[in-house]
Design a protein around this ligand. Structure first.
Ligand SMILES: [Mn+2]
Length: 432
C-alpha cells in the first residue's frame, strides 16, 4: 500500500478533525458551534497547533478544548489512518477568541447544506463501493485532467468488478486518445453518475446536460465548485483532480497498474504544465514518484503532451504569431483564432488546449488574451496573467471565472467589438 507522506497539509487535518468531531459523542465538542480557526504546522512538520473557538465565546471554547484534549489520542490515531500517514503530527489544542471567528461562523452558516455534501476520502470510497453501472462525466473541451481522472477512475472501478464507462465530447485531442483503450467497453443501463474535474454543470457538453440533476458524486479540485452533486469530494489545494483520483483509487484498495498510473499522470502533468505552474505542491511530486513506481511511462507521455505538435497546429500558430497585437505599453498581448484560421490550418477545436498560453509567454507581458471564435456567434476569451494580477477579475465581468492567473469567459458579438470590449475591461480592472 503506498503511503502519502505529503498529505498532512493543515487543510486535510482540519477537515478530518471536523469529521471526527462530528462522530465524537462528547457534548463539549459536538454541541453548539465549535470551529477551528486555524492550524499552525510546526516548521519541521512534527506537530501542529489547532486553534479552536466557539460562538458562545472563549469560555465555551475552553470547554471544547478540554473535550478535544481528552480525545486527542484517538483523534491523532484516526487522522493517521484516514490520511494514511506514516508519521502522525502531534496535535495541541488551544482555545481562542479570534476576530477571524466571525468570518468563519458566517461561512459555516452559509455552507451548512454544502458541508453535508462534502465527503472525506474514506466516505467517497464507501460511496463508490456502493455504486454500480456507473457513468463518468468529463467537461466540455476535455483536457488531460478531466480525461485522465475519468479513465483512471473507470479502470479502477472495472477492476473492482463494476460496470463503468467514460462519457466525453465527440472529439478529444489526438494526444489523449490512447486513454480510451484503457477502458473495457461495457454496455449497461446507467445507475450512478460521477463527474470529475467539473466545477459547474454549465461545463457539461450539451448532450450530457440531461445528467445535470442526477450526479451522485463529484470529485474536483476547483475552489469555485458549485456543489451541484449529491456528494462532493473537493480538495482545492490539489494541483489536479487526478491527484485526488489517485488517493481514491488507493483508498478503494485497487492495485494501481501501469494503465491507471498513465491515466493519473496524464491529468497531473497536464494540469501543472509539466510541473511548471505555481499550483504544484510537494504532494504533486510525491504522487508522480509513486506513479513512476507503478510503471507510468512518464518520458513517453511527456513527449506526447509537451514536445509534440501537430503539423496543423504549427500552421495555425504561424497565423496566430503573424497577427499578434500589443496594448498598454507592451503589458498586454492579444491573439485571435477565427473559425476561418482553423479551417485553413485544418485544426479541430479539441486541439486548442495550449493556445491560450502563447500571448503570456512573451517577455514582459503581464496579461495574455486569447479570443477564439465559436460557431454559435460567441467568442471564448482566455485570460492568462502573471502573479499579482487576478485574471478572474476580468472574466467575472462577463459571468466567467477562473483562478488567480487563469480565467475564461464568453462574449457574444463580432470579433472587432469583442476585442474592444475586453481591452476596455482590462483597462478598467487594472487601472491602465
Ligand atoms: Mn483540473
Amino acid at each position: 500500500m503506498p503511503s502519502h507522506k505529503g498529505q498532512h497539509s493543515s487543510e486535510n487535518i482540519k477537515r478530518e478533525i471536523y469529521a471526527i468531531m462530528r462522530e465524537l459523542k462528547d457534548p463539549r465538542i459536538s454541541e453548539g458551534f465549535i470551529s477551528i480557526v486555524k492550524i499552525d504546522m510546526f516548521k519541521d512538520m512534527s506537530g501542529c497547533k489547532v486553534y479552536v473557538s466557539a460562538m458562545e465565546g472563549l469560555e465555551r471554547a475552553k470547554k471544547a478544548v478540554k473535550g478535544l484534549q481528552s480525545a486527542s489520542g484517538y483523534i491523532r490515531k484516526e487522522i493517521g489512518s484516514r490520511l494514511r500517514l506514516k508519521y502522525v503530527p502531534t496535535i495541541e489544542f488551544q482555545a481562542t477568541d479570534s476576530v477571524e471567528y466571525g468570518v468563519n461562523i458566517l461561512k459555516k452558516i452559509n455552507s451548512i447544506k454544502a458541508e453535508d455534501k462534502e465527503k472525506t476520502l474514506a466516505q467517497t470510497a464507501e460511496i463508490l463501493r456502493e455504486m454500480d453501472n456507473i457513468i463518468i462525466l468529463t467537461h466540455h473541451y476535455p483536457d488531460g485532467d478531466t480525461l485522465g481522472s475519468a479513465y483512471g477512475l473507470c479502470r479502477a472501478l472495472q477492476k473492482l468488478g463494476k460496470k463503468a464507462k467514460v462519457l466525453h465530447s465527440k472529439t478529444i485531442a489526438k494526444k489523449y486518445r490512447f486513454l480510451e483503450e484503457y477502458e473495457e467497453k461495457q454496455e449497461f443501463e446507467p445507475q450512478n453518475v460521477v463527474s470529475v474535474d467539473i466545477a459547474d454543470t454549465e461545463l457539461l457538453d450539451e448532450e450530457f446536460k440531461e445528467y445535470s440533476n442526477k450526479i451522485d458524486l463529484c470529485i474536483d479540485h476547483h475552489i469555485s465548485n458549485k456543489r451541484y452533486a449529491k456528494a462532493l469530494l473537493l480538495e482545492s489545494d490539489s494541483a489536479s483532480t487526478a491527484e485526488i483520483i489517485y488517493k481514491v483509487v488507493c483508498e478503494l484498495g485497487v492495485e494501481v497498474d501501469k494503465e491507471i498510473a498513465n491515466c493519473i499522470y496524464t491529468g497531473l502533468s497536464t494540469d501543472t504544465g509539466c510541473f511548471k505552474y505555481s499550483n504544484v505542491t510537494p504532494q504533486t511530486h510525491k504522487i508522480a514518484a509513486q506513479l513512476m513506481e507503478h510503471g507510468a511511462e512518464v518520458s513517453k507521455l511527456n513527449k506526447i503532451f509537451f514536445d509534440t505538435k501537430l503539423k496543423e497546429m504549427v500552421e495555425l500558430e504561424k497565423m496566430i504569431y503573424e497577427d499578434i497585437r500589443y496594448y498598454f505599453q507592451y503589458r498586454c498581448a492579444l491573439v485571435c483564432v477565427t473559425l476561418d484560421m482553423m479551417k485553413k490550418a485544418g485544426v479541430d477545436e479539441s486541439e486548442l488546449e495550449g493556445i491560450a498560453s502563447i500571448p503570456r509567454s512573451i517577455e514582459g507581458i503581464q496579461i495574455g488574451l486569447t479570443i477564439r471564435e465559436k460557431a454559435d456567434g460567441f467568442h471564448k476569451i482566455s485570460v492568462r496573467t502573471v502573479e499579482g494580477l487576478d485574471a478572474s477579475k476580468v472574466c467575472k465581468v462577463y459571468g466567467g471565472g477562473g483562478h488567480a492567473c487563469t480565467g475564461g469567459c464568453t462574449i457574444k458579438g463580432r470579433l472587432e467589438t469583442v476585442k474592444d470590449e475586453i481591452l476596455m475591461t482590462v483597462r478598467e480592472v487594472y487601472g491602465w
